[in-house]
Design a protein around this ligand. Structure first.
Ligand code: NAP
Length: 334
């Protein structure tokens, strides 16, 4: 049996301990398709799993990694053949079953999406769950009426947690689609970075994190993508234009929602929930097609750093503290 390298999490003395190990392919979970993983990525949820937070992993030893991109090695499914380029995000891979922080992965065929021709495996992982989620958020806003417009302020869209993974891709996508993007960040030193991705305006995240003084504020946003939650999301609701929507993607600033129903009742605004993990497959295929078409690849490159698997454990606490800029790709061959 072939051996492969993996980052394996062990539970020792109540702590999660990562180790690089060589594993036998026979230890891979059951599944129809075996993939030679080329790249994976570090998402916020990977940080939680590596740090043993949130009881996301129930059984150890465990191979984490909620995303991977690679090439099919063997397939029992008529849908995939050896050599096919594939992407996996979500489906609780890397949580309840072994994931992408390994040179080999095995999953059901229905979990995989064929990698679009316009994206390399590395670019697909620079996008990863974070970018896929940003695309789902854009698609949800569009389904609820967001479209580039010419009226005064009609193009103003807000992205919170802008310098993080979801935020950076949301800023890039929205500006490429023709919107005027306001980027909310707690890191003003990243102005040049965010402007390089297409942000037209920076907003101090503290201004959105304060309790709104009144249930309705000035109508500012034709749409918003929120990666922060908590008081920030509550404030965004008070600032949406009449009938506009906010796509709620994340909880980097808190999982509560201390809002009133007034913006829903008096402005007809919409709060759109975004889930990338169990998202149906047809929507996944649509989102990856859109990413290949709409995301400027030079901007994707500018927000991405590539690291070897051995460096990932040290980055986990940093992504949870909001210290990572943009996206981190993990090169399994490095
Ligand atoms: N719904 C889904 O399917 C889905 C998928 C992927 C991710 N998520 C969630 O989306 C969120 C972002 O994920 P990510 O991968 O982009 O993480 P990330 O790279 O760590 O970005 C999060 C960003 O949020 C901001 N932030 C961090 N702590 C904050 C705080 N206490 N208050 C206000 N803002 C804070 C920071 O942006 P600035 O430095 O610019 O302020 C940070 O860069 C996470 O909560 C994650 O769990 C959900």
């Amino acid at each position: 049996m072939a051996e492969f390298c993996a980052l394996v999490l062990h539970e020792e003395g109540g702590k999660v301990v990562p180790r690089l190990e060589s594993l036998d392919e026979a230890r891979l979970p059951p599944g129809e398709v075996t993939v030679a993983v080329e790249y994976s990525t570090l998402n916020y949820k990977d940080g939680m799993i590596l740090e043993g937070q949130g009881r996301l992993v129930r059984a150890y030893p465990h191979v984490p990694g909620v995303d991977f991109a690679g090439t099919v090695l063997a397939s029992d499914s008529p849908e995939f053949r050896p050599g096919d380029p594939v992407i996996l995000t979500g489906w609780r891979v890397g949580e309840v079953q072994w994931g992408g922080y390994a040179e080999r992965a095995r999953v059901p065929a229905s979990f995989l999406v064929r990698r679009p021709a316009g994206l390399t495996a590395r670019q697909a992982m620079a996008i990863g769950t974070a970018g896929f989620t940003a695309m789902l958020a854009v698609m949800a806003l569009e389904k609820h009426g967001l479209a580039p417009d010419t009226g005064p302020g009609a193009n103003d869209v807000l992205v919170t947690g802008a310098a993080g993974g979801v935020g950076s891709i949301a800023v890039s996508l929205l500006s490429a689609l023709g919107y005027r993007v306001a980027a909310s960040t707690g890191r003003p030193e990243l102005r040049a970075y965010l402007e390089g991705l297409g942000a037209a305006e920076l907003i101090d995240r503290a201004a959105l994190a304060a309790k709104p003084g009144r249930p309705l504020d000035r109508e500012r946003w034709a749409g918003a993508i929120d990666a922060v939650g908590g008081m920030t999301l509550a404030t965004v609701l008070t600032q949406l234009k009449y009938r506009a929507s906010v796509a709620a993607c994340g909880l980097a600033g808190g999982s509560d929602l201390p809002a009133t129903v007034i913006p829903f009742l008096l402005r007809g605004v919409n709060l759109l929930g975004i889930d990338s993990v169990m998202c149906p497959r047809d929507e996944r295929i649509e989102a990856w097609g859109r990413l290949a078409r709409d995301l400027p690849l030079a901007r994707l490159e500018a927000m991405t750093q590539t690291v070897p698997l051995a460096e990932v454990p040290a980055l986990a606490p940093r992504i949870l503290k909001g210290e990572v800029r943009g996206r981190i790709v993990i090169d399994l061959a490095a």
